[in-house]
Design a protein around this ligand. Structure first.
Ligand SMILES: [Zn+2]
Length: 141
C-alpha cells in the first residue's frame, strides 16, 4: 500500500517552515514524558523550540489543551485531516513554539542536545550516551 500525502495545508505549512526560516531552533530536546510516549506511539518525541514571532501557520489546525507533567498548560496543535502532531505552545512560555521535529522538511535541523523526562521512559528505552539526561523537566531558558 502506498502512503499518501496529507492534503492538510496546516501540516504542509509546518513542513515548509524549516526550509523557509533563516532561524535555527533555540533548542532541541528528546522528551520521554508520558504524554510524548502517547504522541509517538511508544517512544520519545523530538521537539524543536523556535521563536513564535518567526513562525507562521496557515490552514486549519485542531488544538487540544491539557496540563503537562511539568504542570504547564499546553495547547497541542495537530492536523485535523491525518492527526499528525504539529506543534505545541506552553502558557508559561508564550514567546516560543515547540515544533514536532517530524514535521520539518529537514529532520537534520532538529538534532537533540539533551534528553528530558528520562525517569518516565520505559526500561527498554535507548538513550544516546553522548547527550546529557535530565530526569524531569529541563529548566526553561
Ligand atoms: Zn514530553
Amino acid at each position: 500500500m502506498r502512503s499518501e500525502e496529507c492534503p492538510s495545508p496546516a501540516a504542509v505549512s509546518a513542513r515548509k517552515f524549516a526550509t523557509r526560516s533563516p532561524q535555527a531552533p533555540n533548542a532541541v530536546r528528546q522528551c520521554w514524558c508520558r504524554l510524548c510516549q502517547y504522541l509517538s506511539a511508544g517512544g520519545g518525541t523530538v521537539n524543536a523550540v523556535f521563536n513564535k514571532d518567526a513562525f507562521h501557520v496557515s490552514g486549519e489546525t485542531k488544538v487540544f489543551t491539557s496540563v503537562a507533567d511539568s504542570g504547564s498548560v499546553m495547547h497541542r496543535s495537530f492536523c485535523p485531516s491525518c492527526g499528525t502532531p504539529l506543534f505545541s505552545e506552553a502558557e508559561s512560555r508564550p514567546q516560543v513554539i515547540i515544533v514536532r521535529a517530524g514535521t520539518l522538511d529537514d529532520p537534520n535541523l532538529a538534532k537533540p542536545a539533551a534528553i528530558i523526562w528520562t525517569e518516565s521512559a520505559p526500561k527498554w528505552a535507548c538513550f544516546d550516551p553522548a547527550l546529557p539526561r535530565v530526569e524531569g523537566q529541563q529548566p526553561a531558558r
